[in-house]
Ligand binder design. Structure first.
Ligand code: PGA
Length: 280
């Protein structure tokens, strides 16, 4: 389906995992490769970004069974993509506009991102939804534009603390998912990544428990199944995001419906990011 075919390859084919993996982790779905993506947000200078990239390049060179990506601020996407060309680390943007070109002062198009070697784009991050007022309708047109441009959208959903406390988490996530992924074909949905990021866990040090994450991830997979069918639900990767670090990653990533992490603060240092890629 995708040019890289990554969601058609089984974990065993690409990583040559010994078969005992299945005995020790029978619950983990082996057809979805983990995707660990660093969301640098509005941090780092160009020099610091390139230094981080050099460190990651060295440490990640031997990783063959996990997809890795970094998402710099848009102004650094081009130099970071150039520095990572030919490596096993992909580059993503944190946002882009849905129009192809024209009089949209201050915006960057999806096509411009692919033009400079970008592969992913984070869409609907809670900071864009809640700080910048982005609606699911806006996210939806961006998801379509990203796919049209050949990018892999990382579509973020997640509830506020008051919504969790009111018991409306699933309702909120369903509304965001339905709105953001509306009108996609099954093939298009299969190309997307969903990131479940409870807003109360982002940048707070208050990580969701592995069980809390798994419960929502399983619910999201059911939503995908309902709207797009079981085959699609089986291949879509659902990342968890919100205070993931090298200490808590292993337990969360072991959950059957958690297929990776979207990492903010801990992605700004080589050791902490690589400690999530290779949790001990
Ligand atoms: P955090 O951010 O890891 O710093 O909580 C995650 C995110 O917002 O993607």
């Amino acid at each position: 389906m995708d040019s890289s075919g990554f969601f058609l390859r089984s974990h065993t084919e690409v990583s040559a995992q010994p078969s005992f993996t299945f005995l020790y982790a029978p619950q983990k779905n082996m057809t979805r490769r983990l995707l660990i993506a660093g969301n640098w947000k509005m941090n780092l200078t160009l020099a610091a970004a390139l230094e981080l990239v050099e460190g990651l390049k060295k440490e990640a060179a031997s990783v063959t069974d996990v997809d890795i990506a970094v998402c710099p601020p848009s102004i650094y996407v081009q130099p970071v993509a150039a520095a990572l060309k030919g490596t096993n680390i992909g580059v993503g943007a944190q946002n882009a506009y849905f129009e192809k070109e024209g009089a949209f002062t201050g915006e960057v198009s999806m096509g411009m991102l692919t033009d400079v070697g970008c592969r992913y784009v984070i869409l609907g991050h809670s900071e864009r939804r809640n700080v910048l007022g982005e609606s699911s309708e806006m996210v939806n047109v961006k998801v379509h534009a990203a796919l049209d441009a050949g990018l892999i959208p990382i579509v973020c959903v997640g509830e506020l603390l008051k919504e969790r406390e009111a018991g409306t988490t699933e309702q909120v996530v369903r509304r965001q998912f339905d709105g953001s992924c509306s009108g996609l074909t099954a093939d298009q949905m299969a190309k997307c990544v969903i990131a479940y990021e409870p807003v109360w866990a982002i940048g707070t040090g208050k990580v969701a428990t592995p069980d809390q994450a798994e419960e929502v991830h399983a619910a999201i997979r059911k939503m995908i199944e309902k709207n797009f069918g079981q085959d699609v639900a089986e291949v879509v990767r659902i990342q968890y995001g919100g205070s993931v670090n090298d200490k808590n990653a292993k337990e969360i990533l072991a959950k059957p419906n958690v297929d990776g992490a979207l990492v903010g603060g801990a992605s700004l240092k080589v050791a902490s990011f690589m400690g999530i890629v290779r949790p001990s």
